[in-house]
Design a protein around this ligand. Structure first.
Ligand SMILES: Cc1ncc(COP(=O)(O)O)c(C=O)c1O
Length: 468
């Protein structure tokens, strides 16, 4: 038997199957477990580690689902070759449909409701390739160097135009700063914002941003939410001067902040001479009612720092995001962070410039909005039909995820049962600064990367898993 000796902590909050999964995944990624290595049988490993067969089986299922191992008929489980791992990452079988593969390659049909996946099958490959090629051929000096520190000037102009047309934001290209993803943007901001280092955040709020702020030495002041988003009354009492919010689609609970509260929030910033960081990460994907303008569009005193990303509207893999800085902060940026190189590849920036200028981006968004809207409708219908009164739905008005409240149950048990039925579902606990405050019955389902058929099938499996 190959050597599998993880140190499993039975006292930890992290379930044993997850600890085992993470250990094995690490061994494969680091090459300690190699292509064609055969994993011990479930019986052998559970006896060896003194854990239940269920624990080992669930860890193996997850490895299968994520393409790290494959099952060979009547032979056992084997580590996948590295090239196949790479392909599995680019085309995760759990989130793609219609990809013909050899049956021996097929993992069991796990359906992955991972938040962050986007639709790839309708990606405008031809147009994007053309933009990349044209960019490569035409602007060589720009493409092969470091590029403009603030970001490609033409692309910044296109973004300014887009923001005005789609979000009502009025800004100049000079106020726009590009970077490689929202977390990179936030780490720059954390270096720019005035001391003291406290930042108020929605509780719950986006873990990806909170972690960066904390790692950059900022203290987080968690502000509770009320029915419509962040509680401005609590914010006023907190003493904070900077707040990070997701007003157009609260992450992860999905509220949309009404205009009255937006005005109160702006008023708070004006009185404090503080800053609001508005993360407008998926405003393109609103399925009910009229689009509402960004908070930045109402900002008459230049106190809102606006963050945008191409991760939802285009592709996470492009690693392209931007911020719109108030005039004063833009000057500060240029004087204090001037020495920083641009983090986004000039080639990607130039290609995106073309993609927007040619109108491909606008038409891609129109297409994607329809497609996600349709998936969203299928998801809601399936939940109503299959899970009915046994679950509550939270945050169903926009975006690419929603939460389920599976009354009286615990997310740990629900995730585990789902996995046993070939569905990967998620507990949203990490988005709470105080994790114990997350209702244990919440489950997070992302649907951006799943076809309608997979969504239907996934929810049917969840009914079987949760309410047999
Ligand atoms: C609240 C929020 N902001 C921003 C992002 C996008 O981050 P990035 O630009 O790093 O892909 C996400 C994506 O998951 C998100 O949930």
């Amino acid at each position: 038997m190959i050597s599998v000796t993880p140190e499993l902590d039975k006292q930890s909050d992290i379930p044993l199957y997850q600890q085992l999964f993470v250990y094995l995944k690490g061994q494969i990624e680091s090459g300690l477990l190699r292509e064609n290595d055969r994993l011990p049988s479930i019986r052998q490993l559970s006896a060896y580690l003194s854990v239940s067969k269920n624990t080992v089986e669930t860890a193996y299922q997850q490895l299968l689902a994520e393409g790290y191992i494959q099952s060979r008929l009547r032979s056992g489980l084997y580590v996948m070759p590295i090239e196949k791992l790479e392909r599995a990452a680019a085309e995760p079988a759990v989130v793609r449909t219609g990809t013909a593969q050899k049956s021996e390659d097929l993992p069991p049909h796990a359906i992955n409701f991972e938040y962050g996946d986007v639709e790839l099958d309708h990606f405008p490959v031809r147009q994007w390739k053309r933009c990349l090629m044209d960019a490569l051929e035409e602007c060589t000096s720009e493409i092969y160097g470091y590029g403009d520190r603030q970001g490609h000037a033409g692309l910044r102009s296109e973004i300014a135009r887009y923001l005005y047309q789609s979000r009502g934001v009025v800004c100049t290209p000079d106020q726009i700063f590009l970077s490689a993803g929202t977390q990179t943007t936030v780490s720059l901001l954390a270096q720019l914002l005035p001391l003291p280092g406290e930042v108020a955040m929605e509780e719950p709020g986006y873990n990806g941003v909170r972690t960066v702020l904390m790692n950059m030495g900022r203290t987080i002041i968690p502000i509770p939410l009320d029915h419509d988003g962040i509680s401005v009354e609590h914010l006023k009492r907190s003493g904070a001067k900077t707040v990070y919010v997701t007003p157009s689609h609260q992450f992860p609970l999905g509220m949309i902040m009404p205009v009255q509260n937006r005005i109160k929030l702006l008023q708070w910033a004006y009185e404090q001479d503080g800053y609001i960081i508005e993360d407008d990460f998926d405003s393109e994907l609103r399925y009910q009612g009229q689009p509402i303008p960004a908070l930045k569009a109402l900002d008459t005193c230049d106190k809102v720092i606006y963050l945008g990303t191409f991760s939802k509207s285009f592709l996470p893999g492009i690693r392209l995001s931007y911020m719109v800085l108030p005039e004063r902060a833009a000057l500060d940026y240029r004087s204090r962070l001037q020495a920083y190189s641009q983090s986004v590849s000039p080639l990607i920036q130039a290609a995106m410039h073309r993609f927007m200028k040619e109108g491909y981006f606008a038409s891609h968004i129109r297409k994607m909005r329809k497609l996600y809207q349709s998936r969203h409708r299928v998801l809601l219908r399936s939940i109503h039909e299959q899970l009915g009164g046994q679950v509550g739905i939270i945050g169903e008005r926009s975006g690419m995820h929603l939460l389920l409240d599976v009354h009286g149950r615990s997310s740990e048990e629900l995730v585990k049962r789902a996995l046993e039925h070939g569905v990967i579902a998620y507990a949203p606990r990490k988005h709470w600064l105080h994790r114990e405050a997350c209702p244990p019955s919440y489950i997070m389902l992302g649907f951006g990367g799943l076809s309608e058929e997979k969504i239907r099938e996934g929810i049917i499996r969840l009914r079987k898993a949760w309410f047999p």
